[in-house]
Design a protein around this ligand. Structure first.
Ligand SMILES: [Zn+2]
Length: 69
């Protein structure tokens, strides 16, 4: 199955965004999302909405398992 190059590029960029979110949004010692507190000054239990989105993206597109081209 040939992937549409534009669609493949969109997936790559989405995965990159998800990786960035996961780097930022990590749990502190108390189970609060560090990224949400740092970016918005908001106390959110981890995993926050952003982290959940990023995890869903990785689950859907296989963040670590890149498609063989
Ligand atoms: Zn967060």
């Amino acid at each position: 199955m040939d992937a549409d190059p534009a669609a493949q590029d969109a997936i790559e960029r989405t995965l990159a965004a998800a990786d960035e979110v996961l780097r930022r949004h990590t749990s502190d010692a108390g189970g609060t999302c560090w990224g949400c507190r740092d970016v918005w000054g908001r106390l959110a239990p981890y995993p926050c909405q952003q982290a959940k989105w990023a995890m869903a993206v990785r689950a859907a597109y296989g963040g670590d398992e890149r498609p063989v081209s």
